[in-house]
Design a protein around this ligand. Structure first.
Ligand code: BGC
Length: 271
């Protein structure tokens, strides 16, 4: 550990696994091994809290001694999870920030998993210092998205749920899970990705696409098959991006979600 290290605990709750590590948020490097537990099948809040306890025990760290950020596969508004596409519907409307904070005995920051991955790429990866508008997508169980404009994250975009062509929920057709489920070859899958990115391009005309998710490790097998006006590059952090971004976000926005925390919101609405 260097003298200037700023450790924070990053946790990424995904559709299949929950990952965590202590991150040096000054440099974006992992200070511990990345630990992982399976996401409980039910995806229900209680089961996930229990899995988090096991994960923290595995890491052998005390969350009360550092900033803690948690990335969730859901829209997170002022700490409240508003959607639940690949986890239990019981998350909808829950004060996840409060729930996690109570469970870990410390105030945590909570944000959407793709926003966290986008934040990691802005701070330490492919989007660092890149001006203009950038769309980061994560290709995993679902498709997550983050839009960054001149370094500022626009949170809670849900581009994976767009209705494109004959596909009312494009992630069911184009996510990496669709490739696996339907046993698609890379060329077949790339045709689906082409439809998705072409659509995003025609609506947003971004300056750059960044493609994350574990499968982006194999980017050479599918990114060259896409034909777009917009440059498209792999994310630099792949499987660790969510936890890295959650930790970095917590370090710079303690006690908040990207759209503010419940206390501020109350104060605003009463003002
Ligand atoms: C969810 C998003 C999430 C993405 C990746 C989608 O199904 O709606 O909130 O970011 O999956 O996990």
């Amino acid at each position: 550990m260097t003298t200037h290290a700023h450790p924070a605990l990053g946790i990424d709750i995904g559709g299949t696994g929950i990952k965590a590590a202590v991150v040096d948020t000054a440099t974006g490097t992992l200070m511990t091994d990345r630990q992982k537990v399976s996401t409980p099948e039910s995806g229900k809040p209680k089961a996930i809290l229990k899995a988090l306890d096991a994960l923290v025990a595995k890491l052998d760290v005390d969350p009360t001694t550092m900033d803690v950020g948690i990335a969730c596969p859901a829209v997170v508004q002022r700490g409240i999870t508003r959607t639940a596409a690949n986890i239990s519907k019981r998350w909808i409307g829950l004060d996840a920030q409060q729930l996690f904070s109570d469970s870990l005995h410390t105030q945590v920051a909570v944000l959407n998993d793709a926003d966290a991955a986008g934040y990691a790429e802005i701070m330490f990866g492919a989007a660092r210092g890149v001006p203009g508008s950038i769309i980061l997508t994560t290709l995993g169980t679902g498709i997550g998205s983050a839009i960054v404009v001149n370094g500022t994250l626009i949170p809670n975009t849900e581009l994976g749920h767009l209705d494109i062509g004959e596909h009312p929920n494009i992630e069911h057709y184009a996510a990496n899970s669709a490739r696996e489920r339907e046993n698609l070859g890379m060329e077949e899958w790339a045709e689906r990705l082409q439809l998705f990115y072409e659509h995003l391009e025609s609506v947003f005309w971004p300056d750059l696409f960044v493609v994350g998710g574990g499968i982006s490790r194999q980017h050479e097998d599918f990114l060259p098959l896409l034909h777009l006006h917009t440059p498209i590059v792999p994310a630099q952090h792949r499987n660790s991006a969510g936890l890295l971004g959650a930790a970095a976000f917590a370090a710079s926005h303690p006690e908040a979600s990207p759209t503010g925390n419940p206390v501020n919101w109350k104060q605003l609405s009463e003002a």
